[in-house]
Structure formats: C-alpha cells, structure tokens
Design a protein. Structure first.
Length: 722
C-alpha cells in the first residue's frame, strides 16, 4: 500500500511539474506574442498617421491649386474642385484627430495645425470673394502679401516636422518588432524541446501506471458486485436502456414489476414490449429526448408477463457514454397504481358533484376556494380555474355581515350551519341562496375545510314577496271596501238633506253655502266610488278595444294640458293586437300613469309611451305571480323624473298612500289603476331608480282571433244598417 501510494504521489508530482513547465512556456510564448501584436498595432497606427498627414498635405495643396486656377479663369468647374478639396481637407483633419485621440501631445500638434489650416482656408475664401465681387486686379495684392506666404510656410513646416518625427518612430518600432520576432522563435524552439522531453517521461510513467491498474481490476470487480447488491436492494425499478431502445440492465425490483424471474428474459429485448400500445409513442418520444441529453418524466401503463396491469411513473436521466460521447437512458420507475386508482375515485366523485344543479364549493379555514363544481359555475358565472385560490368572502359578498360572522362561528363550533344568504354573481347581480355549511376535519380531527352547498331561491323569494304584497293589498282593499260602504251610507242622507234645504232656503247666501256642501259631499262620494272600484273590482261592459286611437287621445290631452317643458314621445306600432276591455277604465289607467309621470318631472323632462305585442312563456309566468302563459300587449310609460326608492315602490299601490303634499293627491290613483288592470286579467311591473327615471309596464291580455273576427263582423253589420 505504501509503494502504491508513493508511486501515485510521484506520478502526480511529475504531472504537476510538467504542467508547470508547459504553463511557463505558454506564458512566455503568450508574452512574446502579445509584444509582437502590440508592435504590429503600433506599426499600423504609425502608417495610418503618416498616410493621413500626407493626405492633408496633398489635399491642402489641391485646394490652393484649384483656388488659384479659379482666380485666374473664373471657371465654375475649378470652383467645384476647390470646394471638394476644401471639404476633403477638413475630413482628413477630423480622421487624424480620431486616430490620435489617446495621444495628448499629438492632439496639441493637430490643434495648432488645424488652426493654421483654418486661417489659410479663410484667406483662400476671402480671395475668392474678392475675385467674385471686385475682379482679378483687386485680389492680386492679397495674393502677393507676405501674410499669405507666411501661413503657407508655417503649415508646410509643421507637416514636414511631423512626418519626419513619425518616420523616425516607425523605423525604431520596425527594428524592435524584428528583435521580438527573433526572440519569440528562439523561445518557441526551446519550449518545444522541453515539452518533448516531458512527454517522453510521462509516457514511460503512464505505461508503468497502466500495469499497476491491471492489478487493481479485481478490486474494481468486487466493488461492482457490491454496487449491484445495493441497486438490487433499491425499492424502485432501475433500468438502463440503450440508444436503440433495448434493455441493458435491470434491478431486482424491476424484475418483480415485469413479473419475470431472470434478467436474461429481458436483457437485449425492446424495453417497450410491456408498455400498453397507446403509450408507446409517448415513451418513444421520451427516449429520444433523453438520448439527446434531456431529463424527462412520464406516466404510462404496462402489462407484466403474468398479465397484471400497472400504472408507473418513470424519471428518465441521460447518462454519457464515454466510449463515443453519446447518451444512454437511465430510468428510475415506481409503481403508482394505487395513487392512480385514488385519483380516479376522486375524479368520479367530482363528476358526481358536477352533475348536481346545486352550487357546491369547498374552502379552507382561511376562506380560500379549493373546489368549485359545474353548478357553482352555472350559478355564479366564474369557471373553476378563475376562482380556485381566491377568497370566497371577497368574491361573493359586498361586505362581511353579522350573519356571515355568526354562520362561520357556528360551523366552527357545531360543525354545520343552515340559512339564507345574499350573494353576488360575476355580473354583479344580487341573488338569494339557501346555504348548507359542513365542517370537514383533517386526520387529527382539526378543522380543515368547509363544504358549502348553495341552492338559489331568488325567484322563490320574489314570488313569496309578490304573494305577500298581493295578500296585503287584498286585505287593505277589503278593509277599504267596508269603510267606503259605511261612509257611503253616511253621505247619502247628508246629500239628500242638502237637496231638501236648497229648496227651502232660496236666498243666495244659503244657496252658496249649500252648493259648497253639495260639491264636497259629491266629491267624497266619488272618492268612495274609487275605493269601491279598487276593493271589489269593476264590472263594466267589455268590448274589443284598439290601443292606437286610445293612445292618440292621451297624446292630445298631454299636448293641451302638460307643461311645455315636458317632451312627449309616443311609439305605437300599426300591427298592435287588440284588447278586450272597458275603454273608459283603460283611459283612466293611462291618465293616472301619465299624470304621475308629469308630477315626477317638476323641472321638465321626457315622457315616453310605447306599446308592443308580447308572448309570455312558462319561465316569465313563474317569475310574476299574476302572469299567465299567453299573448299580451305591453304598454310602457317612462319618465326621466325623480325616481322612487325601493321602500316607496313596495307601497305605491296601497290605497291612500301618496308621496305628494297634502291636498295634491288622494293616494287612490295607482290603487284604482291596479284594480282595473287586474280586473282585465293583466298585471303591472315597476322599475325605478332614485334620481334617474321610473318605468311602469302594463300587461293586458290580447284578444283572440275569434274576438277580432267577431268585431269585424259587428262593424260590417253597423255599416250595412247605416
């Protein structure tokens, strides 16, 4: 063991030494290479600088030549040549400035040169200006001046000095580059010789080490056997799959899963032989991806050699094959049959819950939604994926009411709660539900979640409210009828007494007092007549009534008596059906409605009256307790007035209830109208918002074809008799 350790350490030391030498040689070579590159860069830079200086000298000369030619000839082509050379000179100066941006000394020289060249170009430009405006004689003195010649000499001297200095530096750098190249070549050859010696030494040591490794092969085999025993003890199936899809290795748990006793039955065979056919394509894609170096996971079904079906989950990991640098497939697989069966049972239970028309939802004790069935989706409008994880109190309630707090405390204390709740749908509609809460504990008996089963009872509650309202109105009507009958008995002898006194007291003062008394008694009698009409229903002669002429009469009354600030809009179709009823009573209903609309708009507004044919089906008949299935004419009276609160809407049809000031309303108009509408077999709906508008919709049963046909015959008979 000591010798082996010593040899390994010696081999390591030689390797380290060899690497150090190679690294040193590489560093030296790199340093020389860097110097060579730097010299080459400097030479290129120097060449570019010299080229740009010479270019400036040349273009400046071209500028002066073109300018002189133009002064002599006044040729436009010479002027264009001058301008081009002028621009090129400025461009070359800018290029030289960019090239020497990191050299402060050269930047100072360029600034001086640029100043002088600018002055020179300005003089040339002045000469051109004189030539263009005063002629050649005027510019001759300018050309012969000493100042002009002096600037040209200074520019030339600066350029010559710079070129001389640059060329000297270029010569020095070229000599330095040659020296560095020779040094690098010598260093490279020395390093190559040293590296060859080290390679020979390492080859000898590696050969000896290989012989030593052969001696340890037996120990490695023993280690492999121990590793095999550990793999066979693994409770999950482990498989090694070749790139062509054949099985290379499998552990004991895998043999048990495949229901075979020996690995020889499976080794070398396609691994997908036991996979159910519908999963083979997915497994093939997984295998292909893993052999490209990706990790994958897949659930699929297999059938063992004894016919047992199992659901399994495989975690596929790529293993690099060192021989050809490719990947093979290592699969870690576990049996998930029981888990799948449990999930299937849960899905079946969820499907049963989805069949229910009730809204079923489960939330944890923090009010986060965990389950949301199809019934809840249908009732509230949200899909399950939109609400799971959200707070149910923020979703379904406007505010946390004391009733909600009481319900939560009760279900936590007693395990269940039942009651009615007002909730919101996705559209913001308020609905009423009958809710049953059940507390679901965890395995330790601690509260885990709350199961809620909600049944909508909004329509039921509305029908109950309508029934109670109808019963209340009926009771009030009966009471009012009795009182009105007694009052009528009291007023009758008073009226007769007044009439007798009118005959016995002929003087004007007595007649005036008795006339006032008679008028008030008759007014009271008319008031009682309205009460009796509401309480008992009104018996009158029924005929076939056409709504359009009735509406025309109402429109005329509105136009003649209503304030001009109220705009009346009437929309009555020509094909409107007929109504069987008392035209006088229907006229009274419409007059009451439009007068109420007028009073609701003291500052003016829009009064709309419309009518349409309408067929009411089963669903609509269930919503309104007074409605029946059949054909109706719907008359809609809408105003843009003050509106009514929900409390007022609940009482507007009660006798003597009014929101008007004392002396401006009896409270019998709408109650009488309701009595007439019900007596005609119809019903009325009211919609109003405070501060916005009010809409009354009167539904009157439309006459049958037979009634209309009978009316036509009556009309024809009248025409013939006439």
């Amino acid at each position: 063991m000591g010798k082996k350790w010593y040899r390994v350490q010696k081999l390591k030391a030689i390797f380290v030494l060899a690497l150090a030498v190679v690294f040193t040689n590489a560093v030296v070579s790199y340093s020389n290479t860097v110097k060579l590159i730097y010299n080459q860069q400097w030479l290129a830079y120097s060449y570019k600088s010299i080229t740009q200086i010479e270019s400036i000298q040349s273009t400046l000369k071209d500028t002066e030549t073109a300018q002189r030619s133009y002064l002599i000839t006044a040729d436009a082509d010479d002027l264009q040549t001058y301008l081009a050379a002028y621009q090129q000179t400025n461009s070359n100066i800018q290029i030289l400035k960019n090239l020497t941006a990191n050299n402060r000394q050269k930047q100072q020289w360029i600034a001086l040169l640029e100043t002088k060249i600018t002055n020179r170009l300005n003089i040339l430009q002045q000469e051109i200006y004189l030539r263009q405006n005063q002629g050649l004689e005027a510019v001759r003195q300018q050309i012969l001046s000493d100042n002009d010649k002096q600037i040209g000499k200074e520019i030339q001297q600066l350029i010559n000095d710079s070129l001389k200095a640059e060329k000297n530096l270029l010569q020095q750098e070229m000599q330095q580059s040659q020296a560095n190249s020779q040094k690098a070549i010598v260093t490279f050859f020395i390093a190559a010789i040293v590296d060859l010696v080290l390679v020979a030494l390492l080859y000898d040591l590696l050969w000896r080490y290989i012989r030593q490794l052969q001696q340890t092969e037996l120990a490695l085999r023993q280690s492999e056997n121990r590793l095999r025993a550990m793999i066979d003890a693994e409770p999950e199936c482990i498989q090694l799959i070749a790139r062509d899809g054949t099985l290379l290795e499998i552990n004991a748990e895998g043999l048990a899963m495949m229901e075979v006793e020996s690995a020889d039955i499976l080794i070398g065979k396609p691994v997908d032989a036991v996979i159910v056919p519908e999963y083979r394509a997915a497994f093939a894609d997984l295998h292909k991806s893993v052999c490209q170096g990706n990790k994958e996971t897949l659930e699929f079904e297999i059938v063992g050699f004894k016919g047992t079906r199992r659901y399994i989950e495989t975690h596929a990991v790529p293993l690099r094959n060192e021989s050809d640098d490719t990947f093979i497939h290592l699969a870690l697989t576990r049996d998930i049959t029981q888990q799948k069966q449990a999930e299937q049972k849960i899905r079946e239970q969820a499907a049963l819950l989805d069949v229910s028309t009730d809204a079923i939802l489960v939330r944890n004790i923090h009010n986060q939604i965990l389950f949301w069935n199809k019934g809840a989706q249908s009732l509230y409008g949200w899909k399950a994926e939109e609400v799971v994880g959200k707070n149910v109190l923020q979703l379904l309630y406007k505010e946390i009411s004391p009733q909600l707090e009481e319900a939560y405390l009760k279900v936590m204390n007693t395990g269940e709660w039942r009651g009615e709740l007002h909730q919101l749908t996705r559209e913001g509609k308020v609905i009423i539900v009958e809710s049953r809460w059940t507390l679901i504990p965890d395995d330790n008996g601690q509260p885990k979640s709350i199961l809620s089963v909600n049944t909508e009872i909004t329509q039921q509650k509305q029908l109950e409210a309508q029934l109670l309202r109808s019963q209340r109105l009926e009771s009030i009507g009966t009471l009012a009828g009795g009182i009105a009958h007694d009052l009528n008995n009291i007023l009758s002898p008073i009226l007769m007494s007044v009439q007798v006194l009118q005959k016995k007291l002929p003087d004007s003062q007595s007649q005036q007092i008795l006339q006032t008394l008679e008028n008030n008694v008759k007014r009271g009698a008319n008031l009682l007549k309205q009460v009796l009409s509401f309480a008992r229903g009104i018996e009158s002669k029924r005929t076939i009534v056409e709504i359009q002429p009735l509406m025309a009469e109402i429109e005329q009354i509105i136009a003649q008596t209503f304030p001009k600030s109220i705009i009346c809009q009437i929309d009555i179709p020509k094909n409107l059906w007929y109504v069987r009823g008392d035209i006088t009573q229907l006229h009274q209903v419409l007059i009451n409605l439009v007068i109420n609309a007028r009073d609701a708009m003291p500052n003016g507004g829009i009064l709309r009256i419309a009518a349409e044919n309408l067929v009411i089906g089963e669903h609509s008949a269930q919503i309104n307790i007074d409605a029946k299935v059949g054909s109706y004419i719907a008359i809609v009276v809408t105003d843009t007035g003050l509106g009514m609160s929900s409390e007022v809407q609940q009482r507007i049809f009660e006798p003597f209830f009014t929101t008007k000031e004392v002396g401006k309303g009896t409270g019998l108009g709408l109650s009488t109208a309701l009595g007439i509408i019900k007596n005609h077999g119809g019903f009325v709906n009211v919609y109003s918002q405070v501060g916005r508008d009010t809409q009354f919709t009167v539904y009157l049963p439309a006459s049958t074809f037979r009634d209309t046909h009978s009316l036509s015959q009556q009309l024809e008979s009248v025409i013939k008799d006439g």
